[in-house]
Write a protein that binds this ligand. Sequence first.
Ligand code: NAD
Length: 318
Amino acid sequence: MAEIKKVLVTGAGGFIGHHLARFLKAQGFWVRGVDIKEPEYSDKSEMDEFLLLDLRFYDNCVKATEGIDEVYALAANMGGIGFITYHNSDVLYDNVTINANTAEACKKNSVKRVFYSSSACIYPTYKQEEANLVALKESDAYPADPDNEYGWEKLFSERLYKSYDEFYKVRIARFHNIFGPEGTFDGGREKAPAAVCRKVALVEDGQDIEIWGDGEQTRSFCLVDDCVEGVFKLMNSEVTEPLNIGSDRLISINGLVDAVSKIAGKNLVEKHLLDKPQGVRGRNSDNTLCKKVLGWEPQISLEDGLKVTYDWISKQVK
Ligand code: NAD
């Protein structure tokens, strides 16, 4: 009988990480999760082992990767646009140390395959100045000019992990706005879909809802179930270059608010806060390469994804 593969998910106390750990368990892997905090909205016993470790330190990365065949590196100090705009040195220092030490520890422990979660934030600002932008393809990354330090660190760490490809196989995804249930929805680290669901759930029909910026900025949003499936397909592919994992359906933030309000059955008055950060003007995923090399792209509609997310968040805030 073939031995069961042992996988490590770093950031398994976080949003995508615990969904991914659950998915990998269901695929039959032995799963170790590592994070500096326990999962907030699921039970750590869903994983075979869960270790509380600070991965900014090399010795902890060595402990985390001991006896492991494959690593999914998702740990990061991050949050929505509010958080990454105002915590530049934390974002750079913490994430560079997490990734440098994880990459090196994987080499020490002879890990065979490593997945790294990069971001659409690596794409250059000059390609994202219009709300109605041309979707971003992987080759748009250079000449580099990410909009924020979080994006610069992700781009650096893509290169960092790739530099280890003589020691283990490296797979890299650039996530585009992943959302879904069992993720941060308040406290300052939440992202737009979760923040919008929370705000819509908390206001009465006919009241004001606050939106950062003029709401005409655009994004695409991908449900976490699609994301973890894409990650798994990419990890098990022969694709060595970074790949977009995201939806290619562009929507404005005002459009997102309308979609969530409709799900909630509320008519709300949009109040725009023009002094709040809004990030690049537009961002969308070009999925041509993803479809070509994985024979797959996200399947779940934005409305279906928002429905499960709204249902979950509205229960949390009541
Ligand atoms: P998350 O914040 O929910 O998860 C990240 C986890 O990393 C957290 O649980 C956090 O506690 C953990 N972490 C932070 N510092 C750590 C440390 N020093 N040691 C160990 N663990 C530490 O975020 P997420 O949305 O699940 O994102 C997962 C990964 O995907 C991150 O690398 C993120 O940058 C990337 N990503 C996410 C999105 C998205 O839309 N959610 C988009 C692009 C990229």
